[in-house]
Design a protein around this ligand. Structure first.
Ligand SMILES: Cc1cc2nc3c(=O)[nH]c(=O)nc-3n(C[C@H](O)[C@H](O)[C@H](O)COP(=O)(O)O)c2cc1C
Length: 384
């Protein structure tokens, strides 16, 4: 939720301090020029408890910090005087040509960041040609989001992120709705059978405000006598590989697995028919002290061995980070929190600006490294 007395957005302010001697208004030094600028302004605009939910991580937030740091620690190694004319960021993914390798990661309850929530982020993604993944825990009906994306000619892929529900009939109902609405793939999140201990969020006293809910799910039914070990209660019905086989039997949609970090799981995922693997530690929100995704990516890429695409998320904040992910073998990346920051600073416009900045930075990184297309980005562009 935005703070009750949040100032108007900077972009909408009339130009102040216009100095005719300089021939125009003074530049607005507060206008965001980077994803970090969006983050800083979003922090000022959002209620502190909402900020703790949206941007916090698990426990000591070691993985949350490590994700960003790991991309920063990789060093680039450019080639010069390469032909760059006719360069582009296009690539193929699951039978579609994407304008660039950036998708919006699934994130719950986006109406906490802006009243339009997922409607705004989906529209911005579609206009900017970014793929969009809608969370099972979206705060807007999936049937309201899909047409916004499907109606945009420049759009990227539209996927639905699935948490397997305790009752299989609830899972099937969600899948049927996603199919009917036009979602083109399922992203099965496998790294969060329980929520991580999000201490920052608990300390802030965060609770979902009235009017914001996971509207695509049936109302929660509190478990009778839900005391006792986690393993006897909540995890009695936690998903296993057999459930993936069952899910595949229920739908023709391709299924990508999100939260694959171990090479053995990558192998099992491919054996079980996953259409793609997403290397993710849930943005440092589940198991703290997990390794950063940049460091986990290469082993998963090696197992996938070009049989299925590998995507990665976590800590991507610069075009050079996207470039490095591709250099390590990812087909594409997913962007998480910066989308929420853009939502907070300017709704759909803010998200579009965040995506535009990242795409522009990627193009610059490609040009400066001597790469004319994503296909040319390779490990040799990283300094060992
Ligand atoms: C507020 C928030 C809510 C999230 N909700 C979901 C979710 O519903 N399903 C899911 O698979 N991942 C969820 N994630 C994880 C993201 O999909 C993604 O893995 C992560 O944010 C990427 O890291 P980054 O934020 O550093 O870019 C959520 C992340 C955040 C920050």
């Amino acid at each position: 939720m935005r703070r009750p007395h949040a100032p108007p957005l900077r972009g909408s302010l009339p130009p102040e301090g216009a100095d005719p001697a300089w021939g125009g208004p003074a530049p607005d030094h507060r206008a965001p020029s980077t994803l970090a600028d969006h983050e800083q302004q979003a922090r000022e605009l959002l209620d502190p408890a909402a900020w703790a939910y949206l941007c916090g991580g698990a426990a000591d937030e070691i993985t949350l910090r490590a994700n960003q740091q790991a991309w920063q620690d990789l060093r680039l190694r450019p080639r010069v005087l390469q032909p760059l004319a006719g360069g582009h960021t296009r690539l193929d993914l699951l039978g579609r040509t994407l304008a660039h390798p950036i998708l919006v990661a699934p994130m719950a309850y986006q109406r906490l960041a802006h009243p339009q929530g997922e409607r705004a982020s989906a529209l911005a993604a579609a206009v900017l040609g970014a793929g969009y993944v809608l969370s099972t825990q979206a705060s807007v009906l999936l049937e309201d989001v899909a047409p916004l994306v499907l109606g945009e000619p420049a759009r990227g892929p539209l996927w639905f992120q699935l948490y397997l529900q305790t009752e299989r009939e609830h899972t099937v109902a969600l899948v049927r709705r996603a199919e009917a609405a036009g979602f083109e793939a399922l992203v099965l999140t496998v790294d969060a059978p329980v929520q991580g201990p999000r201490d920052r969020e608990r300390r802030s006293g965060f609770v979902l405000p009235p009017g914001i809910a996971a509207v695509n799910l049936p109302p929660p039914h509190p478990g009778a006598g839900a005391r006792g070990s986690l393993f006897d209660t909540l995890l009695r019905t936690s998903p296993t590989w057999d459930d993936l086989a069952w899910l595949r039997s229920q739908t023709d949609l391709p299924i990508l697995l999100k939260g694959i970090t171990h090479p053995d799981d990558a192998r099992l995922g491919i054996e079980h028919g996953a259409a793609g693997l997403i290397v993710s530690n849930h943005g440092g929100r589940t198991l703290d002290t997990m390794t950063a995704t940049a460091a986990l990516l290469p082993e998963v890429v090696a197992v996938a061995n070009s049989k299925v695409p590998v995507l990665v998320d976590g800590g991507i904040r610069r075009g050079t980070d996207v470039f490095k992910a591709l250099a390590l073998g990812a087909t594409a990346v997913m962007l998480g929190r910066p989308v929420l920051h853009g939502l907070a600073t300017g709704g759909a416009n803010g998200v579009a600006h965040v995506l535009r900045l990242l795409i522009d930075e990627l193009e610059i990184a490609m040009a400066l490294c001597g790469c004319r297309s994503p296909e040319q980005i390779a490990e040799r562009h990283l300094h060992a």
